[in-house]
Design a protein around this ligand. Sequence first.
Ligand code: ATP
Length: 234
Amino acid sequence: MMLLETRALTANYGQFRALFGVDITVAAGECVAIIGANGAGKSTLMRSITGVIRNEAAMVLHRGEPIGALSSAEIMKRGIAMVPEGRRLFASLSVEENLLIGGQARKAPGPWSLEAVYDLFPILRERRKNPGTALSGGQQQMVAIGRALMSNPDLLLCDEISLGLAPVVIRDIYAALPKVREGGAAIVLVEQDIGKALAVADRVYCMMEGRVTLVAKAAEVTREEIHSAYFGVA
Ligand code: ATP
């Protein structure tokens, strides 16, 4: 049984249809990358999985159970955690308080605790009393990832975690992902940087105009296949 599955998933913004029957699967412990140009529907897919957009129940399955109609809070309680685009830390709270909020959202046994997050990102231990706003963009991203991990999810969804960050910081953040998988979580990564996505993922889905145009093993996919799936040209 798949950890996560979408079946003929559609999503609309009012009259505008953004997803036209998207089928993806994520196995337990797997890392799946979702790539595609601006407007392809990647964020809408994330919002559908996390309950920000409510769908028909059977369009999203978690461990075989329909979750497409559940609220974000209910989905988070099931063990699906999101690192949102733009990080969205609580600015008036410290690093540690931000992390603890993640643990309160879902109390579940697992490898992640304050100490484990500080071991993953040691700079956060040094900054633990600082307000979220006093951090660099990369450090804020680390807090956002740590906050999601504190709920001990079985699936971590990451939306554009490298956006706007310096290469050295991106490297540190990507270096943490294998450790997240060692902790038992599967990862879905929405990523503009195709090289980064392929380096870390087992499989890659490419989306265009609300549809999946390619699914492939990251180690086997060719530049030509990605190019045509991305831009819709042969
Ligand atoms: P990006 O990389 O720019 O975030 P994306 O692949 O994540 O792109 P989505 O943000 O999912 O794409 O957008 C898919 C389509 O839905 C686009 O045509 C977009 O204009 C539209 N869209 C996204 N959010 C909304 C919204 N809140 N209201 C109306 N239309 C929206």
